[in-house]
Design a protein around this ligand. Structure first.
Ligand SMILES: Cc1ncc(COP(=O)(O)O)c(C=O)c1O
Length: 388
């Protein structure tokens, strides 16, 4: 079966996991810090805290950034639910800003309009969670300007863009955002099975996240205190069990060594799709910019189904019959029943997101996908849409 994404594990990954399973500690052991150090080095952050998922990373980030009731947190409708949900987990209110149809990322100009709208209501935006959709970095220069001017916190939900480069820099995310979150789910650039991390240059945020990761429990006390009560631990705040195991981190460290090779292959696959579809009327290939390297977590191909005289439903199912399982990323979040009911979002409030949703399909893209398979997918898509 060919799906839109999947992990790639080799012998060295499996050996790393096996080796770590022979350690005394299979959780809260040495592999945790080892993976955190590798991530800090690779992505240029002063601090890193690995956690059980990308969702946990976002939840804790919001908590450490002090989100609370009446705080407004902005993100775009074309992303995964974990981003706006992290506002709700912390008692804050999520709101959306439409995407830019040239990049599929949150539109900085529309953010400014939204800020002005809230200003009229005498309300301030607390934070922006910007997702580097599909692996293509947002306009971080513009976002940083906005965050400085209006004193808004910036979170980069970087789950799709692990290994992307912004102006040639793989370490871009922590240079622009206050907090950067990763997911290591199997479809992402690298995997730990389930897992995630928070990267930041802010010591206070890091320390809070580290505390929250494990029940808000402190264990380092003065020697005199420990002499009297060597078993002591103290809960200082309400935390969670968002820990990740050592064997997952051993896998993460091993996978991270292959990140470059993974991203180069994803770019190669994308270039084959680009050449096949880029100049054909009715298709729009993903954005390209000088000095930007897309990590290609996704390859969203926009198809004008009306023009091609095939419904998206039929297109999707016909490919499925050939064992090619596409996906659609994403159903605009403001149209989800929960969001409509709880916050009253109107479907037409974000027209670019709807236009994008109508046309987009995520084509298979992952390290292990062979060239022959890519050509087969292109051939079927051209056959179904009747193009040469
Ligand atoms: C943009 C984005 N944010 C957050 C998440 C949540 O990550 P996880 O599945 O590790 O909880 C995902 C995962 O699909 C994602 O795509």
């Amino acid at each position: 079966m060919i799906s839109y994404g999947r992990q790639y594990l080799d012998r060295s990954d499996i050996n790393s996991v096996l080796k770590s399973l022979k350690n005394n500690l299979i959780t809260q052991g040495p592999e945790i810090q080892k993976f955190e150090n590798s991530l800090k080095n690779k992505f240029g952050s002063k601090f890193c805290c690995v956690v059980s998922s990308g969702t946990a990373a976002l939840h804790l980030s919001g908590n450490a950034l002090g989100w609370k009731k009446n705080d407004v947190i902005l993100t775009s409708p074309i992303g995964f639910l974990a981003s706006p949900n992290s506002a709700i987990y912390n008692g804050a209110k999520p709101d959306f800003v439409d995407i830019d149809l040239k990049t599929y990322n949150i539109d900085p100009k529309k953010i400014i309009k939204k800020i002005q709208k809230y200003k009229k209501l005498k309300k301030k935006i607390k934070a922006i969670i910007a997702v580097d959709y599909g692996g293509f970095p947002c306009d971080w220069k513009a976002l940083k300007k906005i965050s400085k001017k209006y004193k808004i916190q910036l979170v980069n939900d970087n789950c799709h863009a692990i290994g992307a480069k912004f102006y040639g820099d793989i370490k871009y995310a922590c240079k622009y955002a206050d907090v950067v979150t990763h997911s290591y789910h199997p479809v992402k650039s690298i995997t730990t099975g389930e897992g995630g991390s928070v990267l930041t240059n802010n010591k206070k945020i890091y320390e809070k996240i580290k505390l929250l990761r494990s029940h808000g429990i402190l264990k380092n006390f003065s020697k005199t205190k420990l002499k009297k009560t060597p078993w002591l631990y103290e809960m200082s705040t309400l935390g969670y069990n968002y820990r990740i195991t050592d064997f997952q981190c051993a896998l993460g460290t091993s996978q991270l060594k292959k990140l470059e090779k993974f991203i180069i292959r994803r770019n190669k696959i994308a270039s084959i799709y680009d050449s096949a579809f880029k100049n054909i009327n009715g298709f729009i290939t993903p954005p390209k910019r000088k000095k930007i390297r897309n990590a290609y977590h996704l390859y969203p191909l926009l198809i004008d189904f009306k023009k091609m005289k095939i419904s998206k439903f039929n297109f999707f199912n016909k490919l499925k019959e050939r064992n090619i399982h596409l996906q659609v990323h994403y159903t605009p979040m403001h149209t989800q029943p929960f969001y409509k009911k709880k916050f009253g979002f109107k479907k037409k409030a974000f027209p670019n997101s709807l236009k994008f949703y109508e046309k987009t399909v995520s084509l298979p893209i992952y390290y292990g996908l062979k060239d022959e398979e890519v050509y087969k997918i292109i051939k079927y898509i051209k056959k179904l849409t009747g193009v040469k």
